[in-house]
Design a protein around this ligand. Structure first.
Ligand SMILES: Cc1cc2nc3c(=O)[nH]c(=O)nc-3n(C[C@H](O)[C@H](O)[C@H](O)COP(=O)(O)OP(=O)(O)OC[C@H]3O[C@@H](n4cnc5c(N)ncnc54)[C@H](O)[C@@H]3O)c2cc1C
Length: 404
C-alpha cells in the first residue's frame, strides 16, 4: 500500500500543471514545495501568446501588461522593432508570485493535496514504489514520482539522473526589479506607433553569449542580464555598464526593489524518465537557449507528464512512462534544439549579432519571422528553417559566414 498515486516535488508551473492534470484524470496526488505561496521567483515574466493554447483557463486577471513584440538593440546601437502585423494574439507579462500562485490554486481546486513549506531532502525508488523524505524526516510513498523542483532538482540528484548543470549547459542571470512608475514604463517600452501594448527590449553586444533585457511590468521594469554560465564572470560588469547608460538615456533614478541571481538550464537532460520517476520543466533542462524562456516548456512538459502518469496508473505498468520521453522529444526538445541552433549562430560573435540584427531590420520577411517565432505564432523549427533559407536567398555570402 502506498500513500498516493503520484508525488510531485516542486510547485512551479511544471509541477502545478502536472499535478492538476493528473488529479483531473482521477489520480491521487500530493505536491510538495519548500516555499509558501505566493513566493518571489527571479524571472522577467514574459509569456508567449501560444501559452494560452496550453492553459485551459484565462490569465488576464494577473497580466501586468499586454505585449505586442520585441525590440532588439544591435551591438552598434541601432534599433529593430519586431512586431507581428496580426496583433490578435498578444503575449503578456506576469509576476511569478501571481502566476505560480494562480496555477497552484488551480491544482488545489482540482483535488491535489498541496504541502507548502515542506522541503524534500531526498528521494528513492523501490521496485514497487517511489518515496520522498522531508527535511523533518517524514517519509511519503507513491506509485510514481515527478521531479518538478527546478534547476537544482533534488529528485534528479537523488536518483542519479545527473549531478548538476555545468559550463555551457546553463545560463546565469541577474534580475532586478526597478520601480519607475507606470508612465515611465510606457515611455520606455510602449509601442512607438502609440498602439496600446508594450515591447520587450533586448540589448545585444555587451555580453559574449547573452544579452541584457528590459521588460515592462505595471509600474516596475524587470531589468536583467543573462549569459552562458561559462562566460559568467563578465555578467555583473556588463550589466552595471549597461544600467549606467540606460539611466542616463532616460534620465531616471529607479528605486531598486530586488536584485537577485539565478540560473536556468539550456540543455535537455540526457534522460528524463527512469523507473517510476519523471522530470519536468527546468529539472529536465527544458528552457530555450535563445530567448531564455522556460515557462511554456514547463507547462507543456507538465501536461505530457500527467498523461503518461495516468496511463501508467491505469495499466499498472511503469513502462508506460516511456511515452512521456517520446512525446517530450517530439513536441518540446526538437523545438529547443532549433533554438539552440539559432542561439549558437546568433551569439557566436559580435559580428554575427550585428549582421543578424541588420538582416531583421532590413528584410521585412526576416523581421516577420523573428517576430512570429519569438511570439509563438510559428514553430521554432519553422523559424530556423525559413530564416536560414531566406538568408541563403537574400544574403548568401553572409549566410555562410554566419555558420563558419
Ligand atoms: C532571471 C530569469 C528570468 C527568466 N525569464 C523568463 C521569462 O521571461 N519567460 C519564461 O518563459 N521563462 C523565463 N525564465 C525561465 C523560467 O523561470 C523557468 O524555466 C521556469 O520557472 C521553470 O519552471 P519549473 O516549474 O520547472 O521550475 P521552478 O519555477 O523553478 O519551480 C520549482 C519549484 O520547486 C520548489 N523546490 C525546489 N527544490 C525543492 C525541494 N527540495 N523541496 C520542495 N520544493 C522544492 C521551488 O520552491 C519552486 O517553487 C527565466 C529564468 C530566470 C532565472
Amino acid at each position: 500500500m502506498v500513500d498516493y498515486d503520484v508525488i510531485i516535488v516542486g510547485g512551479g508551473p511544471a509541477g502545478s500543471t502536472a499535478a492538476r492534470r493528473a488529479s483531473q484524470a482521477g489520480l491521487s496526488v500530493v505536491l510538495f514545495d519548500k516555499a509558501r505561496f505566493p513566493r518571489y521567483k527571479p524571472c522577467a515574466g514574459g509569456i508567449r501568446a501560444d501559452v494560452s493554447n496550453l492553459l485551459d483557463f484565462d490569465i488576464k486577471s494577473i497580466s501586468q501588461r499586454k505585449i505586442s513584440g520585441v525590440t532588439m538593440f544591435a551591438p552598434s546601437g541601432f534599433r529593430v522593432d519586431c512586431v507581428p502585423e496580426d496583433r490578435s494574439m498578444p503575449g503578456s507579462i506576469i509576476k511569478r508570485e501571481d502566476f505560480d500562485h494562480l496555477l497552484l490554486k488551480k491544482a488545489a481546486k482540482a483535488g491535489v493535496e498541496i504541502r507548502e513549506e515542506t522541503r524534500i531532502a531526498k528521494a528513492r525508488e523501490e521496485e514497487s514504489h517511489a518515496a520522498v523524505t522531508t527535511m523533518e524526516g517524514e517519509e511519503v510513498t507513491g506509485m510514481y514520482l515527478v521531479g518538478a523542483d527546478g534547476i537544482n532538482s533534488i529528485v534528479a540528484k537523488s536518483l542519479d539522473f545527473y549531478d548538476g548543470w555545468r559550463g555551457a549547459s546553463a545560463m546565469v542571470a541577474i534580475e532586478v526589479e526597478a520601480e519607475v512608475g507606470s508612465s515611465t514604463v510606457r515611455e520606455i517600452c510602449g509601442e512607438p506607433s502609440g498602439y496600446d501594448a508594450d515591447l520587450l527590449l533586448l540589448y545585444f553586444g555587451g555580453l559574449s553569449h547573452g544579452y541584457v533585457w528590459c521588460f515592462p511590468k505595471r509600474t516596475v521594469l524587470s531589468l536583467g542580464a543573462c549569459c552562458r554560465q561559462d562566460r559568467g564572470e563578465e555578467l555583473r560588469t556588463a550589466y552595471e555598464k549597461w544600467y549606467a547608460a540606460f539611466k542616463d538615456e532616460y534620465d531616471i533614478e529607479p528605486q531598486i526593489l530586488s536584485d537577485t541571481g539565478a540560473r536556468f538550464p539550456i540543455k535537455p537532460a540526457r534522460s528524463i524518465v527512469k523507473g517510476r520517476t519523471l522530470l519536468v520543466g527546468d529539472a529536465a533542462g527544458l528552457a530555450d537557449a535563445f530567448t531564455g524562456e522556460g515557462i511554456p516548456e514547463a507547462i507543456h512538459s507538465g501536461i505530457l507528464a500527467a498523461s503518461a502518469l495516468s496511463k501508467a496508473v491505469e495499466e499498472a505498468n511503469p513502462r508506460a512512462l516511456r511515452g512521456y520521453e517520446k512525446h517530450c522529444k517530439r513536441e518540446i526538445i526538437s523545438e529547443l534544439k532549433a533554438m539552440e541552433f539559432m542561439a549558437n549562430m546568433f551569439f557566436k560573435s559580435r559580428k554575427n549579432m550585428e549582421a543578424l540584427c541588420r538582416f531583421f531590420r532590413d528584410d521585412s520577411y526576416a523581421n516577420f519571422l523573428i517576430a512570429a517565432g519569438i511570439g509563438g505564432l510559428v514553430t521554432k523549427k519553422a523559424l530556423r528553417t525559413k530564416m536560414m533559407l531566406r538568408m541563403a536567398k537574400k544574403r548568401p555570402r553572409e549566410a555562410i559566414s554566419l555558420l563558419i
